[in-house]
Ligand binder design. Structure first.
Ligand SMILES: [Cu+2]
Length: 149
């Protein structure tokens, strides 16, 4: 009879051990919940990504410059360093283009009426000449100044 009691006690201990093992496994579950918490951190970063877009929209400076034989109007445009500059070139008379060498921007040479939009960031300060590169138009006065302060 004593052997039976010992057998029952061993079974209880083994069963208890199994329950303990099962509970230990369950205790690891909160670790997985922490991973989910990190997912929340990722979503918190999204507003940070949106912020620079708003700044870019606020910094755009738009100009409309018309070209004719043989001048630009206006002949002076100004921007602040860091501004996003958008220039709409409207050729209203003749065959012209619009170039700024220092910023590496240029429209196509085209017969009027023609409109082309240039966009760039004014990342250098100074006075930069914009001009028409057709024939001798630049020497004839078809030029102007972009001033970046
Ligand atoms: Cu020209």
């Amino acid at each position: 009879m004593k052997n039976i009691y010992i057998a029952v006690i061993v079974l209880v201990l083994v069963a208890g051990g199994l329950f303990f093992m099962t509970r230990s496994t369950k205790l690891e579950a909160p670790t997985l919940n922490k991973d989910t918490g990190e997912g929340g951190v990722v979503s918190n970063e999204m507003p940070t990504i949106d912020a620079p877009n708003t700044e870019e929209q606020l910094a755009i400076k738009e100009f409309v410059v018309s070209g004719q034989n043989f001048s630009f109007s206006p002949s002076l445009i100004t921007a602040k360093r860091g501004d996003r500059v958008k220039i709409t070139f409207q050729n209203t008379q003749g065959f012209h283009d619009f170039k700024i060498d220092e910023y590496g921007v240029a429209t196509k040479q085209a017969q009027s009426p023609a409109t082309e939009v240039l966009e760039f960031t004014a990342d250098k300060t100074g006075s930069f000449e914009y001009y028409c590169s057709v024939g001798t138009h630049r020497a004839m006065g078809m030029k102007g100044t972009l001033k970046v302060e």
